[in-house]
Write a protein that binds this ligand. Sequence first.
Ligand code: UDP
Length: 240
Amino acid sequence: MSDVKYHRIVLKLSGEALAGDQKFGINPPEIKLVAKELKQVYESGVQVAIVVGGGNMWRGVTGEQLGMERAQADYIGMLGTIMNALSLQDALESVGVPTRVQTSIEMRQIAEPYIRRRAIRHLEKGRVVIFAGGTGSPYFSTDTTAALRAAEINADAILMGKNGVDGVYSADPNKDASAVKFDHLTHMDVLEKHLHVMDSTASSLSMDNHIPLVVFNFNKAGNILKAVSGESIGTTIEGD
Ligand code: UDP
């Protein structure tokens, strides 16, 4: 515990991280791998809250493009994040990590409702808290949820694992050979340079509440623990 940099974190897990190579749906063996990685962080004594995305199931924007009403499509997306949260809870508990799921949309039979003080208490008692259902409102993202919950529970940092990319680049490194990786950025840099690390609502919220964001490659074993320890394995975004 003494050699970690961040003692309470919000980890943003995109839906993609739970889908594996198939890129869609829920892939239990893949989620088990994620759970084993998280167990290392949990065992280091760090308080871990997780915000799960839902892009492996459904995105509201896609529904809108296909003719649905946006808000209705977004509610479907929020329900997707709850399915992901239950899958992750299952995997974490199977490797011996105690968890609680809290949903922003009440579903009392399967999870607790989101109650800020209760979430903090769970973290203090050594339980991993999984925040599901996004903010509970359409037109937002789970990135914004991560920034919001991080501010609410007073997290030291938001950790954002990316699939196969080891940080923030000036351009897409898979398409542009001249792309340069940034080790440090400010939230304002991200907004001004349109780097699309998170959506702009999430970046502004993180900036206004002085929450650092660490972007790293989620697919390398041991990386979550390294990010928590403050090792420079990706891009750190802080300050305004
Ligand atoms: N969503 C929403 N409000 C929120 C969070 C999420 O409406 O506060 C919906 C939205 O439709 C979004 C979907 O849930 O497309 C899945 O979330 P997101 O796209 O953030 O998932 P990720 O890309 O992280 O997998």
